[in-house]
Design a protein around this ligand. Sequence first.
Ligand SMILES: [Zn+2]
Length: 140
Amino acid sequence: MSHHCKNLLVRCMDFRLTREMNKWMENKGYAGDCDLVSLAGAGKAIADGTPECETLLNQISLSAKLHNSSCVALIHHSQCGAYAGAYTFANAEEEKAQQIADMKKAAEIIKAKNPTMAVKLIWANLQDDEGREIEFEEIV
Ligand SMILES: [Zn+2]
């Protein structure tokens, strides 16, 4: 029996993303049509080449192989703990710029390993400390 999906979402594990991201996934048609990988600072791990990088790249390859996915949606978010430990940002714009640079670097690494995969970059901007409201923006 074959079961395919179009997308693979790669996101940070942060629980504050979950409620609003579920709504966003439903609105954007991801719900029921995506694999999901969740790991602390996921895209940063790929960009930095941490030990988790290989695991994430293998999950992406596995999604393509098992479920025929053709698009990775790489999701980063503001106030990410993975960045708080590594950087001191002067403001929200500086944090976003660094994360977007890392997302683009991660996208190149993903495409190098999986040349047939498209990669979308999604910025999730928490509007409060609890994630009650999140603005999702596709970075092009
Ligand atoms: Zn995070």
